[in-house]
Design a binder for this molecule. Structure first.
Ligand code: C2E
Ligand code: MG
Ligand code: MG
Length: 339
C-alpha cells in the first residue's frame, strides 16, 4: 500500500537520475539518495515526518549511490551515538590527541623500504575503544573537523619522518581539505615549521574532488607541486576514475584500490583488469602502487603487471613511530655488522 507507492516513486526517481545530464555542453552525473518515512501513527506531525525521512536519506547516502532507505526507529539511537562520537572526536582534536601509525611502502622487486604512509589513529578516551578511520574520518568530514585533523596528522607525520632520512612520507588528504584554496599555504607553513624536506612528502588524494571541481583542483595541485610536494591518486578504480583525469592532473603516482587486489582471490578477470589499469597509468608515465597485499601470490601477479611499489600486511602493518625507529635501527646494525 503506502509503502509500496513510496517505493515505486523512489524507483522512478532513481531511474531519472540514471541518465546523465547535459548542462551547457558538459556531461554531469547526479546521484540521488532517497529516504522514506511513513505517517502510520497520527501523532507524527509533518516536521517529525520530514526529520525521519531525512535520517533515512542520510542512511541511504552512507550505503552508497542510488539507494532508498525506509526509516526505522533504531536510526534515532544510532543518530544519538553518532552525535556523541562527534563530540568525543571534537574534544580529541582540541586536545591534539590523535595518533599516527606508519605503514611501510616497499620496492616491488626488492621489498626494500621506500617510504611510509601516515594513517590517523584514535582511541576514544571516554570509552577506551579505538575507533577506525573508516568511521571517524567521515564524521570529521561532515562536521567540519577534517581540516584541523588533517593538519595535525600532517604535522605529526612530518615531525616523525624527520628521523627517517631517505624514506618518503605519504599523508592522506580528504577532498574537504583540498576544497580550501588556503590549503597549499597551510601545507607550506607546516613544512617550514617542522623543517621537513618538501620533496619527501606525498599527499594522497582521492578522485572525488577532481571529478566535481576539475579547474579548482588543478590550481591547488599546481600550487602544491610548486612547493616540491608530490601528489598521488589514492583508491584508484573505486569511484569515477577516468583516463581524462590521469592526463589532466599530472599525478606523480597512482594507488590501485585494495578491492582490486582482494579480487585476485576470487575473480577470474581480476589479473587482466589490473594489468590494463597499470598499463594505462604507465602509458602516461605514472608509476603504480598496489595496496592491501596480504599474500605472496597476489604480489607475484602485481609484480608481473608492472606495479613498482607495494603496501600491505605482507610487508608490514601500520605501526607506531617507535616501531619504525626500532626496525630502521636494527637494519642499520645489521648492515654495520655485515660490513
Ligand atoms: P587508505 O589511504 O587507502 O589507507 C590504506 C588502508 O588500508 C589503511 O586502513 C591500512 O591499514 C589498510 N591496509 C593496508 N594494508 C592492508 C592489507 O594488507 N589488508 C587490509 N585488509 N588492509 C590493509 P586504515 O588505517 O583503517 O585507514 C582507512 C582509510 O581512512 C584510509 O585508506 C584513508 O582513506 C583514511 N584515512 C586514514 N588516515 C587518514 C588521515 O589522516 N586523513 C584522511 N583524510 N584520511 C585518512
Ligand atoms: Mg592512502
Ligand atoms: Mg587507498
Amino acid at each position: 500500500e503506502a509503502c509500496q507507492d513510496a517505493g515505486n516513486i523512489a524507483a522512478a526517481i532513481h531511474r531519472l537520475f540514471k541518465e546523465t545530464f547535459n548542462i551547457e555542453g558538459r556531461i554531469v552525473v547526479v546521484g540521488a539518495s532517497v529516504g522514506i518515512a511513513l505517517a502510520d501513527d497520527p501523532a507524527i506531525d509533518a516536521v517529525e515526518l520530514v526529520r525521519q525521512a531525512d535520517l533515512a536519506m542520510y542512511r541511504a547516502k552512507d550505503l552508497g549511490r542510488g539507494r532508498t532507505v525506509l526509516y526505522e526507529t533504531t536510526f534515532d539511537e544510532d543518530h544519538a551515538d553518532l552525535h556523541q562520537l562527534e563530540s568525543d572526536l571534537r574534544e580529541a582534536i582540541a586536545a591534539d590527541d590523535l595518533a599516527v601509525a606508519f605503514q611501510p611502502l616497499v620496492d616491488a622487486k626488492t621489498s626494500q623500504w621506500l617510504g611510509v604512509e601516515a594513517l590517523a589513529r584514535w582511541v576514544n578516551k571516554r570509552t577506551g575503544e579505538s575507533v577506525s578511520p573508516e568511521t571517524f574520518i567521515p564524521i570529521a568530514e561532515r562536521s567540519g573537523l577534517i581540516e584541523l585533523l588533517g593538519l595535525q596528522i600532517l604535522r605529526k607525520a612530518l615531525t616523525e619522518s624527520n628521523n627517517w632520512p631517505g624514506l618518503k612520507i605519504s599523508v592522506n588528504v580528504s577532498p574537504a581539505q583540498f576544497r580550501n584554496p588556503a590549503f597549499p599555504e597551510h601545507v607550506s607553513r607546516i613544512i617550514a615549521e617542522t623543517g621537513a624536506d618538501a620533496r619527501t612528502l606525498t599527499l594522497e588524494v582521492t578522485e572525488g574532488f577532481f571529478v566535481r571541481n576539475p579547474e579548482r583542483a588543478q590550481r591547488i595541485v599546481k600550487a602544491l607541486k610548486a612547493l616540491g610536494v608530490s601528489i598521488s591518486l589514492d583508491d584508484f578504480g573505486s569511484g569515477f576514475s577516468s583516463i581524462g583525469y590521469l592526463r589532466q592532473f599530472d599525478f606523480d603516482r597512482l594507488k590501485i584500490d585494495r578491492s582490486f587486489i582482494s579480487a585476485l582471490d576470487n575473480e577470474a578477470n581480476a589479473p587482466s583488469v589490473i594489468q590494463a589499469t597499470v598499463a594505462l597509468a604507465n602509458a602516461f608515465n605514472i608509476p603504480v602502487t598496489a595496496e592491501g597485499i596480504e599474500r605472496e601470490e597476489q604480489a607475484i601477479i602485481l609484480r608481473l603487471s608492472g606495479c613498482d611499489e607495494f603496501q600491505g600486511f605482507l610487508f608490514g602493518r601500520p605501526m607506531a613511530a617507535s616501531e619504525i625507529n626500532k626496525i630502521l635501527r636494527r637494519s642499520v646494525d645489521e648492515a654495520v655488522s655485515a660490513a
